[in-house]
Design a protein. Structure first.
Length: 202
């Protein structure tokens, strides 16, 4: 029962924070959106700021952690990893459909980036955690590239760190570029990632 209420609360709060940002959301707004009383809300968070932190951790820090976003279960080569990476991004976007479907007047990618930028402002420790997660992501890309070199899948004359950052930059760059328009285009992102992969193949 409590788990259900927590899910309802987090989803409602996330929807409000992503569309109005932290300062534009009141506790009354959260009550109305979630259908929960103040007492129920305070059971899960002692303040609006703590609730904001919990929502940030769940919907941004955890969702964007590569180990949560990408499954390595059926990955046997680097191409599989790129496939899984794209699928993970698409799945993450789909998991936010409860927000994006109701925010037709708002660019969801732009709103999400705006929410990410608030992390450093309100929670420096979470910003550090987010940075650590990005560094871990670089490490995973490097490891997958090294394995692909050893297996003869890609060329061995590449700089691992620079190439890993290139793959990540394609994603983050496409996110930023598409935020200026209608939101992240998975097809365009896939094309860019596969183009880089094809340049690396032997």
């Amino acid at each position: 029962m409590r788990k259900g209420k927590k899910e309802i609360l987090y989803r409602a709060a996330f929807k409000l924070f992503i569309s109005r940002q932290f300062e534009g959301v009141s506790l009354s707004d959260i009550e109305n959106e979630s259908g929960l009383t103040k007492g129920a809300i305070y059971y899960y968070a002692s303040s609006k700021k703590e609730l904001f932190r919990n929502v940030i951790e769940y919907y941004i820090i955890e969702k964007q952690d590569l180990t949560n976003k990408v499954s390595l279960k059926n990955v046997t080569n680097f191409k599989d990893f790129v496939d899984s990476y794209i699928e993970g991004i698409a799945h993450t976007m789909e998991s936010f459909s409860f927000v994006t479907d109701e925010l037709s007047h708002t660019n969801p990618t732009k709103a999400y980036i705006s929410l990410i930028l608030q992390i450093a402002q309100y929670f420096p420790d979470l910003n550090n955690k987010y940075s650590v997660s990005r560094n871990n992501e670089i490490g995973i890309w490097c490891a997958m590239l090294q394995k692909a070199i050893e297996n003869g899948e890609i060329r061995n004359d590449i700089d691992l760190l620079s190439t890993a950052k290139q793959f990540m930059t394609i994603f983050y760059g496409q996110v930023f570029l598409d935020a200026l328009f209608t939101g992240l285009n998975i097809c365009t992102l896939s094309e860019q990632l596969y183009n880089l992969y094809n340049l690396l193949k032997k």
